[in-house]
Design a binder for this molecule. Structure first.
Ligand SMILES: NC(=O)c1ccc[n+]([C@@H]2O[C@H](COP(=O)([O-])OP(=O)(O)OC[C@H]3O[C@@H](n4cnc5c(N)ncnc54)[C@H](OP(=O)(O)O)[C@@H]3O)[C@@H](O)[C@H]2O)c1
Length: 274
């Protein structure tokens, strides 16, 4: 199987990002090399990692092993919380591990409001973008008040906010804020870390459409205009999660999925985390 050309999203800086990609949290270096290589071989064109995942070396090896030309691939990494005062050095270290000259997208991983450094960190990312070391810049886990603070300071609107988003935690007010500011919403833990796959509503839609629950969820994200980055280290599930381009979720089922929103956050609250 080879996936058809990936759908893309145009960012507010004019660059074009694959809408769908591979998450790598909790992969070891060894797993990341195999999964990244296999996913690229199947047609995935976006890989999401982070300094804190401890697998940038493995991701870089997987990219090398894929043989894909650099410009055909989108690599995202993130600056961890303790490096907000020195984002340039943090990116240098990430690039060395990834064996890359630049990343396509660099994110501030969490705002960590009590550190009072994320505004300064964002200025640093703006500088890294001007140097071409990060082609696009964005944030992760920023609430609207954090976004407002960095936009007011820098006049630079993040291209992406990568946030926890799955059927049980849809963050609609924040997504509406993103839409008003032309920020792409990228869903982390889109499968609820596997926990939402047994939801009876999702299972029923999957049975009706003859797809898996994961495919239903991921396809619904694409139809909603979200970027989505499911993680799997299983070759079969990497393949399954990428097979999203030959079916559609009917409007009534999209509405049923929207109705599953229940405020069920799985990760930490960005207002206090870090
Ligand atoms: N910015 C942030 O703060 C942040 C936080 C969390 C995650 N992320 C990013 O978002 C990515 C995705 O989130 P996530 O890894 O937390 O969770 P996820 O993608 O929602 O779920 C991953 C889990 O689901 C399983 N799975 C994957 N595909 C499946 C399928 N088709 N059927 C059944 N089970 C399946 C995986 O197991 P197998 O591997 O065994 O298939 C794994 O246990 C991360 O990897 C990371 O890149 C970012």
């Amino acid at each position: 199987m080879h996936l058809p050309p990936n759908p893309t999203l145009t960012l507010n800086d004019g660059r074009v990002m694959p809408q769908f990609g591979l998450g790598t949290w909790r992969m070891t270096d060894f797993e990341a090399t195999a999964s990244v290589r296999d996913a690229i071989g199947l047609g995935y064109r976006l890989i999401d990692t982070a300094a804190i995942y401890g697998n940038e070396t493995g991701v870089g090896r997987g990219v090398q092993a894929s043989g894909l030309r650099r410009e055909e691939l989108w690599v995202t990494t993130k600056v961890w919380n303790d490096r907000q005062g020195d984002v340039a050095a943090a990116l240098r270290e990430s690039l060395a591990k990834l064996q890359l000259d630049y990343v396509d997208l660099l994110l501030i991983h969490w705002p960590v409001p009590h550190q009072k450094r994320y505004v300064e960190a964002w200025r640093g990312l703006v500088e890294l973008r001007s140097r071409g070391l990060a082609r696009s810049i964005g944030v992760s886990n920023f609430d609207a008040d954090h976004l407002e603070a960095i936009i007011a300071d820098s006049r630079v609107v993040p291209a992406v906010n990568q946030i926890e988003l799955h059927s049980g935690f849809q963050q609609r007010p924040l997504c509406e804020f993103h839409a008003r500011h032309k920020i792409i919403t990228q869903a982390w833990s889109p499968l609820g870390q596997g926990k939402v796959l047994l939801d009876p509503v999702i299972v029923a839609i999957a049975q009706k459409l003859r797809r898996s629950p994961a495919q239903v969820i991921l396809r619904s994200h694409l139809q909603a205009g979200l970027s989505t980055i499911p993680k799997s280290s299983s070759p079969a599930r990497i393949k399954e999660n990428g097979a999203l381009f030959d079916f559609a979720i009917p409007d009534a089922d999209m509405a049923a999925l929207l109705a599953l929103d229940g405020g069920n956050r799985l990760g930490p609250d960005p207002a206090v985390f870090g």
